[in-house]
Design a protein around this ligand. Structure first.
Ligand code: PMP
Length: 346
């Protein structure tokens, strides 16, 4: 974290070394001690800063990236922001292919971070030439010397967490960690962090968080991708409808599935009870803590580290928006607590 006596050459020097914060109130009725690794403290406000920096610097060392080269990725989310941020500082062109499902706010944010954004139709299959995968592939072929980050299938994603997130948690807990709880999307965070931690202590339990509507938990248990598991859900960044290479399924002891509704309420509870304004998947990971505690996973001596991947500001029009919560049917009353706290003087 920031050393106030130091002057930094760029925001990139502030990536990583995020704080571990003890949860004080939300988990008070659960057995054990709970600590959140709050990744919103990265300069791009998410854990994806780590992978963007590591992948880009590795490509530079391998001579794959040259000054002025173009970097391509398919995401409107945190990775897009982080790749755009690193590209600005290092002088690369950043091209992002996103789907038309991405909010206007997100697209504008990426534009303002200097990225060229291609908005592709969301309702076409992955092999349609207009899909964001195919558009990224085509741009990668057409733009000479361009590189495609491809976080779901890039082992450097997992390595970034093996090299940074894992060692930081080991040091911050002074080796006392007994459980790691982390959301799985590409699986880079959980797999890389777990690889480092299990090398230090193979008894640490590695607990993945998955969404209802995603294939990861069932694949972990059966080694089969069951298409019947797939249906739309609202949490962004968690779970998947394919099996990412970046996930090391063997290192994960158990996957816990969480619902959109309970995860949204947990994120809001984190703001009210811990003063931590964090993203939707931080709520999902916290919801998993409750379900795991109920299954007897923790005892009084447990030292549980839960990863909070990003900041709440990215969800102002979703879980932190009263109308959105209402529209999803996540509130049972017309007037919510948060709504009651606003008074208009006319
Ligand atoms: N939470 C959020 C908000 C994310 O954007 C992601 C990345 N898809 C994750 C959790 C999961 O992280 P990982 O991809 O490393 O599994």
């Amino acid at each position: 974290m920031e050393d106030c006596s130091k002057v930094y050459n760029s925001v990139l020097e502030l990536i990583g070394d995020t704080p571990l914060i003890k949860l004080q109130r939300i988990t008070e009725n659960l057995p054990g001690n709970f600590f959140a690794k709050v990744e919103a403290f990265n300069p791009g406000h998410s854990t994806k800063d780590r992978i963007a920096l590591h992948i880009i610097e590795t490509f530079e060392k391998q001579g794959i990236l040259k000054p002025g080269s173009t970097i391509i990725e398919t995401t409107s989310g945190n990775t897009g922001f982080s790749v755009a941020m690193v590209s600005i500082i290092k002088g690369y062109e950043c091209v992002l292919a996103v789907t038309s499902k991405s909010s206007k706010d997100k697209i504008e944010m990426l534009q303002n971070m200097g990225a060229k954004v291609y908005v592709c139709p969301a309702n076409v299959s992955a092999d349609d030439s207009r899909s964001y995968y195919q558009v990224a592939k085509r741009l990668n072929e057409e733009i000479k010397g361009s590189v495609y980050i491809n976080q779901y299938f890039n082992p450097l994603n997992t390595d970034a967490h093996y090299l940074t997130t894992g060692p930081e948690i080991w040091k911050q807990t002074q080796g006392a960690i007994t459980h790691l709880v982390a959301c799985s999307g590409t699986g880079g965070t959980i797999s890389g962090t777990a690889r480092f931690l299990k090398e230090q202590n193979p008894n640490i339990r590695i607990l993945g968080v998955d969404a209802f509507g995603s294939v990861l938990k069932k694949f972990h248990e059966t080694k089969e991708l069951d298409p019947d598991e797939i249906y739309p859900y609202r949490i962004e960044g968690l779970g998947k409808n394919l099996i990412p290479d970046a996930t090391d399924f063997d290192i994960i002891d158990h996957f816990e599935k969480v619902t959109d509704e309970e995860s949204a309420h947990r994120a809001r509870e984190l703001a009210c009870k811990e003063g931590l304004f964090v993203g939707y998947t931080s709520g999902a990971a916290t919801q998993a803590l409750f379900q795991l505690a109920q299954k007897g996973e923790f005892d009084a001596n447990s030292h549980v580290v839960v990863i909070f991947p990003d900041h709440g500001s990215r969800y102002l029009s979703k879980i932190y928006n009263e109308r959105w919560m209402q529209e999803q049917g996540f509130f049972d009353s017309q007037h919510t607590e948060a709504e009651k706290r606003v008074e208009y003087i006319r």
